[in-house]
Design a protein around this ligand. Structure first.
Ligand code: EPZ
Length: 425
């Protein structure tokens, strides 16, 4: 397993190209199952999770051609589900990447059956998929759980219904939106998630011939079609990668221009940075973020579904608040166990106390470098960010977590002056 070594204290200056969004690319790749014509996706990021989804789809019989760069560093892939031979997503693939459950809706809608391993939990929580399954039952599917697998059948096809999610679920909204695109009649999705990745998926499905209204709102109205067609779609920029590097600029007192991204994708996160004293400006193709050089102010935040503060930015912001002037209360409302970065940050000298779903962070003057352990994707980047600001050397172990969601993180940060390298253990 690789390790990342960082010597902190250097203000980062330069430009970072933001990659396509992991959490948009994954459902978009699953959407290829909805048609027997090729779906061409541009600006795909080079990430372990994307490779896992490609492996899963190939195992189902989807032909995938990965072409070269399409200009701005992203990759183009052509996915053709003309000859799907399999409708089972096996345990050994699903356990590596929970988003595999997103093939359930498309398989059920197009082939009338699907057998998908229950994803199981992960480090940040139990991550159930009960809301996905209840939604499919409302569209007429028969769902059975047996031997750790979801057995779903809809031999006569799915029938549209009015589904109201009892809580906001990004994956549940995506799975249902894809299934509803091929159901008979109208499906209304109430209390739908509003994350930009959902609007991106809706745009792609519409390009494939789906009839969807309300993208970006909490109510989606879908008129089911008999078939969907081939299309081309550009994956939207990764707002969490954008926010993570914005924190890198802020925590080192540097000045970074983030390219190929959009301010409107993460306004609550950038507004929170501004409240802490960070300079954030919109540029022609992205955002410029500059630290003040002095200490930032401690600010409170609570994670919420979009457009609230993103849970995927909570760990990164905690690293920033660890060196702010004053206290910050950070409340995690989405996942039940998303504070695993806390003990590792405390080993670097942070003063953080967790009380249930809230953490009180009392800023310290400087963190000190230390060997630390990555436990999950966003905790990993939080430790990298802390290492960039810490005095001395930080060694982050188990960086395979990092590679699931950050493309070439050491290259992008080194290009802005960071003393960072990856070493094989
Ligand atoms: C997506 O996960 C993202 N993953 C997560 O990003 C992100 O943190 C999360 O949305 C919230 O924004 C992808 O898009 C691949 P949810 P998802 O369904 O869809 C509960 C990252 O770091 N719930 O919105 O799994 C669930 O337990 C990852 O990139 C149910 O109870 O999230 C959680 O508490 C981490 N039953 C809450 O809802 C269900 O059937 C939100 O989950 C579904 C969800």
């Amino acid at each position: 397993m690789d390790r990342i070594h960082i010597r902190g204290g250097i203000p980062l200056r330069g430009e970072i190209e933001i990659s396509g969004a992991k959490n948009a690319a994954l459902p978009l790749m699953a959407a290829s199952l909805l048609s027997d014509e090729p779906l061409i996706l541009k600006n795909l990021p080079r990430l372990a999770d994307i490779a896992s989804m490609a492996d899963l789809l190939t195992g189902l019989g989807v032909e995938i051609k990965l072409n070269g760069d399409n200009g701005n560093g992203g990759r183009t892939a052509e996915l053709s589900a003309k000859h799907v031979t399999e409708t089972t997503a096996p345990y050994d693939v699903v356990r590596k990447m929970r988003a595999s459950v997103l093939v359930l809706g498309p398989l059920l809608a197009r082939f009338g059956k699907a057998r998908v391993s229950l994803p199981g939990g992960c480090a940040i929580g139990t991550r159930p998929v009960d809301l996905h399954l209840q939604a499919f039952e409302q569209l007429g599917a028969e769902i059975e759980l047996a031997e750790g697998y979801i057995e779903a059948r809809a031999p006569g096809g799915l029938t549209g219904a009015h589904v109201i999610f009892p809580m906001v679920t990004v994956g549940g909204t995506e799975n249902l939106l894809m299934a509803a695109s091929l159901a008979k009649g109208e499906t209304v999705i109430g209390n739908a998630a509003r994350e930009p990745e959902i609007a991106d998926l809706a745009r792609c499905l519409i390009a494939m011939g789906a009839e969807i209204e309300g993208a970006g709102t909490d109510t989606l109205r879908v008129q089911g079609c008999d078939a969907l067609y081939g299309a081309q779609h550009q994956v939207l920029p990764d707002r969490i990668e954008t926010g993570s590097y914005a924190v890198a600029a802020a925590i080192t007192g540097g000045d970074i221009v983030l390219r190929n991204t959009r301010l409107d994708l993460l306004e609550t996160a950038t507004e929170t940075l501004v409240r802490a004293g960070v300079t954030v400006e919109e540029t022609s193709d992205g955002i410029r973020v500059a630290g003040t050089g002095g200490r930032l102010k401690g600010v409170d935040l609570m994670t919420e579904p979009f457009p609230g503060f993103p849970t995927d930015m909570q760990a990164q912001f905690m690293a920033l608040m660890a060196v702010a002037d004053g206290a910050s209360m950070i409340t995690e409302t989405i996942f039940e166990n998303r504070f695993m970065h806390v003990p590792e940050l405390c080993r670097m000298g942070a003063d953080i106390n967790v009380h249930g779903s809230s953490a009180i962070v009392r800023g310290v003057e400087r963190l000190s470098g230390a060997p630390v352990m990555a436990t999950d994707l966003r905790a990993s980047i939080s430790l990298i960010l802390a290492g960039l600001a810490a005095e001395g050397e930080t060694i982050v172990n188990r960086v395979y977590h990092l590679d699931r969601g950050y493309e070439r993180v050491e290259d992008k940060l080194a290009a802005c002056g960071a003393d960072i390298s990856r070493q094989a253990e």
